[in-house]
Design a protein around this ligand. Structure first.
Ligand SMILES: [Zn+2]
Length: 103
């Protein structure tokens, strides 16, 4: 059974950079995520891996900087999108945008 998001949110995976830039323009700090390959494996190619996880070393790399975001998606055009939320205590949480990391 399709989830609510699958039924109501159509993600065009050829426009991932546009989405990432749009989130950044709203002030949301983004990071690129490893995506799922057509055969179901994670693009990081480690044997046991749970998609999605960041393509950057730490969540502190999250940014609204357009240059950096363009560079990331130039290197990995199929990368999923994560938004990093900072809590009141300064802790950072990764929110993967549903549907952007592949099937
Ligand atoms: Zn992985």
């Amino acid at each position: 059974m399709a989830t609510y998001l699958e039924r109501h949110v159509a993600i065009d995976r050829s426009r991932l950079l546009d989405y990432a830039l749009s989130y950044a323009r709203h002030g949301w700090r983004v990071v690129p995520l490893y995506e799922r390959l057509p055969d179901g494996r994670c693009a990081c190619e480690r044997p046991s891996c749970s998609v999605p996880h960041p393509r950057v070393p730490t969540l502190a790399c999250a940014t609204t900087d357009e240059e950096e975001i363009r560079r990331w998606w130039r290197l990995a055009p199929r990368a999923g999108i994560g938004v990093v939320i900072t809590g009141r205590d300064g802790s950072e949480t990764l929110l993967p945008i549903p549907g952007t990391s592949g099937p």
